[in-house]
Design a protein around this ligand. Sequence first.
Ligand code: GAL
Length: 432
Amino acid sequence: GLTLDPSSGIIRGTAPAVGTHRVTITATNARGSAAAEFRIVSGATLALTPPMGWNHWYAHYNRVTDALMRDAADVMVRSGMADAGYQYVSIDDCWMNAPQHSDPLRVGPLRDAQGNILPNTHFPSMRGLTDHIHALGLKAGIYTSPGRLTCAGFSGTLGHEEQDAKQFAAWGFDFLKYDWCSYTEVTGNNPDRAALRKPYEIMGKVLASQDRDIVLNLCQYGMGNVWEWGAAVGGQCWRTAGDLGFELDRIFEVALQNAEHRAWSGPGSWNDPDYIQIGYVGSAFTGGEPTPTPVPPRMQYVYMSLWSLMASPLFFSGDMNRLDPFTLNILCNPEVIEVNQDPLGQSAAMIPLDEETFVMVKEMEDGSKAVGFFNRDEIDRDLTASWSVLGLQGTHTLRDLWRQKDIGTAAGSLTYRVPARGVMFVRVRPLH
Ligand code: GAL
């Protein structure tokens, strides 16, 4: 039931029979030809590997428009991001109408006479938008809140859950971010776990009954240990904390907290420490126009290495119209992404070396391991991890993932000089 368009590489069609289908895909150009085996897995579980894509929030906030979304989709293909695996093009808050807003084109009736949710004037055709995204071989994401209003004060879903799920499916969306926001109006303060679960259970059920695969992304900032029950209510990924845009100077801390929930990571079940905010991003404090990210270059390698080792959803949330080669190099290193997308879905174990340094070890499906050596110190440091710390035996070959270079073999231990607030990211394979 599937066909491959040889010029674009896009596979289209209807999901094949439940099971694993192995296909060999060959790519040929003037420099030669390469073949690889792909597994097409069909079944009830969505998001078998961490979702990858782009979300508008940290670039465009309440300025988002249909044109910006279409541009982002075009750039995702043109820049090579799609080739690296980025796939979802996701609208965040502010596509609906608000009862009041500084932009009069975002103010209007929240719903029509039949109760259908209405996009604002900046979104003239939702179906046209998803058609555009799908024609590029990409998928489309949308956002709402179980509350009366979203966090930015736009129309939420309260009382219209089934109707909105149907509408999102009819519009052709493939991903829904469901953001708690004003839902505390319903639960009151300090809701218990049942009250925290309820809105997500409702949405999980109505999405599952649509004739469309729609990934459900829970956004409620980690309340009630959401990682323990997010999958049970029908979600595939859940934010484990508040907005990272307010904490870009605390990436290590936020990541290490997220890493504690590694037991709940696996196919169809992902801990989400929030978006990748590099390149040009607007400040979460002001919601202003994008400016260069406050994250220093070396920390950007750390950021992406941590997200890969933790099997986190990889959503870039910077300005797609101002991507530079450095940013694309961070986002699109195929060997780093391979660690993130490994089918085992393991989130790395964190092993402290001392107060300021640690390693993260991720077991990969092929029996190799991805290992990050992280230095949180303000000075360069020599980091050593022994085979017993890394869980290795015998001689291993070493591959530097960021530089994409083989760097010899080792037995017994590894030592690297890691720059201040930096990382050395390697993949180790048993030498046969
Ligand atoms: C926050 C959410 C952000 C963004 C924002 C939109 O609650 O964590 O990721 O969606 O709302 O208003």
